[in-house]
Design a protein. Structure first.
Ligand SMILES: N[C@@H](CCC(=O)N[C@@H](CS)C(=O)NCC(=O)O)C(=O)O
Length: 228
């Protein structure tokens, strides 16, 4: 059976949503990143990048939420757009926009605002600015179409949902007034039974919540290792 290596963080949640939406049978393997489970040799064999999510699909190892969504969608034929060159072009463009833009910029905005030991105005402004810019592009797209690829709910919407749920943490309190089309999509997906099960997966395991010295060392190893 497919093994799903996860935590309750945004990237694993996208995959949890797909697994629940598709009805694929799977078993959960918690990876407590605040305890450093991501660096255990057995997990690094599944994901050499030492991050969640990853899957072991009967010996087929796939890591990175974006790659997993594409892999599972293509394998099952579910939550994909029409089989035309135009639709495939849009699918890949928006998937890579989320993977190379939304995820990294949103993640760095949250990092510099909440976790960096020094509050660096330049870094905070750069990443919150880029977070806003990326959110604006998503919002404009969702102002033209019900879903990211048109009339059909696809893996791109799941990919957006993982991070968009956190939008107020990224761009600040006024997020939902400013990005109403993203809010509409997030609310719609949150109301789906699959999203409720996905969101509750983190309660199946007692993940560490404290951000103590052990957690900081595991999540932010650069704090103790100077390379520049
Ligand atoms: N591009 C990767 C990023 C994965 C990632 O950063 N995962 C975070 C959780 S959302 C993680 O494992 N953090 C623990 C760590 O960096 O040690 C993806 O989309 O899967």
């Amino acid at each position: 059976m497919l093994k799903f290596y996860y935590s309750g963080a945004p990237n694993p949640m996208k995959v949890a949503l797909f697994l629940e939406e598709s009805g694929l049978p799977y078993e959960t393997v918690p990876v407590d990143t605040r305890k450093g489970d991501q660096f255990k040799p057995e997990f690094l064999k599944v994901n050499p990048n030492g991050k969640v999510p990853a899957i072991d699909d009967d010996g087929v190892l796939v890591f990175d939420s974006n790659a997993i969504l594409l892999y599972l969608a293509e394998k099952t034929g579910k939550f994909l757009p029409a089989k035309t060159d135009k639709a495939r072009g849009e699918l890949l463009s928006w998937m890579f926009f989320v993977s190379s833009g939304v995820g990294p910029y949103f993640g760095q905005a949250v990092h510099f605002k909440n976790y960096a030991p020094e509050k660096l105005p330049y870094a905070i402004n750069r990443y919150v600015f880029e977070g806003n810019r990326h959110a604006g592009i998503l919002d404009a797209r969702l102002g033209q179409h019900k879903y990211m690829l048109g009339d059909t709910y696809t893996i791109v919407d799941m990919n957006v949902w993982g991070w968009a749920r956190m939008l107020p943490n990224v761009v600040g309190e006024g997020a939902w007034d400013k990005f109403k089309n993203i809010k509409r999509l997030v609310d719609e997906i949150n109301a789906r039974p699959a999203a409720k099960v996905a969101g509750a997966l983190k309660d199946r395991h007692k993940f560490k919540t404290e951000m103590d010295a052990e957690s900081l060392k595991a999540m932010f190893p650069h704090l103790t290792e100077k390379v520049a």
